[in-house]
Design a protein around this ligand. Structure first.
Ligand SMILES: Cc1ncc(C[n+]2csc(CCOP(=O)(O)OP(=O)(O)O)c2C)c(N)n1
Ligand SMILES: [Mg+2]
Length: 287
């Protein structure tokens, strides 16, 4: 099953690469921030916002019927800000104000600062609880919108995440889709060295969730998994997305040291060169 056309996949690859370029420019300008997770999640963000997954309207960010996206691992907000800018929620040239004093784009997202940001986050481990509460409230209201909660593998070291896993299963929150950035790194190193998580899929299955495992860089798989989640009648869905931290920048890929570091000027130039080469190849496919 592949619900998107080849043309659409190329468009999404093009968008994800633009988002990655934005992220590099934002981070080098800010001089600090989180590179690896932000770059690793660009394909998922591109598919959610530009692949007909999220119901949203940049002209009307508080549209009552919109789907809600909760970014629990708030430190990867450069990918959220860049995607929101590409979607028209804010001007593209505002992106380089990341982390400036009084900027709307702080190092962790603030709900009231920026249209399109649904929750404040940064303290890890609380997003799935917030998302579950929102999904429960939507059900009580008889509302049709879904909640998408993006969270990280590192957040599964925190007990609060597992409380939400139980809550969402107990109330059979079928309007909740959790997407885990399974990139195998966290602040102090590889997840399996810091606190082994082993199979998150097996754990969520044991908690009665519907579980889908995907390659988090495969646009068709991301879209199909989101569609499948929307059709599940009696339980919440988790999409365990295997991703490569630092994706598409060779010197960053899979290295925990890039968790919370921004590129310097030389490194940013090299990164942009790589991304533009990729962009050229994508555009050639388009012709
Ligand atoms: C409650 C809380 N404890 C600690 C931190 C510090 N912290 C920021 S990012 C991070 C690592 C989390 O792992 P993950 O999200 O998997 O990192 P990534 O994959 O983005 O590198 C930690 C411990 C925090 N933000 N919140
Ligand atoms: Mg991680």
């Amino acid at each position: 099953m592949e619900s998107i056309t080849e043309k659409k996949q190329i468009e999404l690859a093009d968008m994800a690469t633009l988002i990655r370029e934005d992220i590099v420019k934002m981070l080098v300008e800010a001089g600090s921030g989180h590179s690896a997770g932000s770059l690793g999640m660009a394909d998922i963000f591109a598919t959610l916002y530009f692949g007909d997954v999220l119901r949203h309207d940049p002209q009307n960010p508080l549209w009552e019927e919109r789907d809600r996206l909760v970014l629990s691992n708030g430190h990867i907000c450069p990918v959220l800000y860049a995607t929101l800018a590409r979607a028209g929620y804010l001007p593209l040239d505002e992106l380089t104000t990341l982390r400036d004093f009084r900027s709307r784009l702080q190092g962790h997202p603030h709900r009231e600062n920026l249209p399109g940001v649904e929750t404040t986050s940064g303290p890890l481990g609380s997003g799935l609880s917030q998302a579950s509460g929102m999904a429960y409230a939507a059900r009580l209201d008889g509302a049709k919108w879904r909640v998408y909660c993006l969270l990280s593998d590192g957040e599964h070291d925190e007990g609060n995440t597992w409380e939400a896993v139980m809550f969402a299963a107990k109330y059979k929150l079928n309007n909740l889709t959790a997407i885990i950035d399974r990139n195998n790194i966290q602040i102090d190193g590889y997840t399996e060295d810091v606190m082994p998580l082993n199979s998150l899929a097996t754990k969520y299955e044991a908690f009665n969730w519907h579980v889908i495992e995907i390659d988090g860089h495969d646009y068709g798989a991301i879209k199909d998994a989101c569609d499948e989640a929307s059709s599940v009648a009696d339980r919440p869905t988790v999409i365990v997305a295997r991703t490569i931290p630092g994706k598409d920048i060779e010197y960053m890929e899979n290295l925990p040291e890039w968790h919370g570091k921004s590129p310097n000027v030389g490194e940013a130039i090299e990164a942009l060169r790589e991304l533009r080469t990729l962009q050229g190849k994508i555009e050639a496919e388009y012709d």
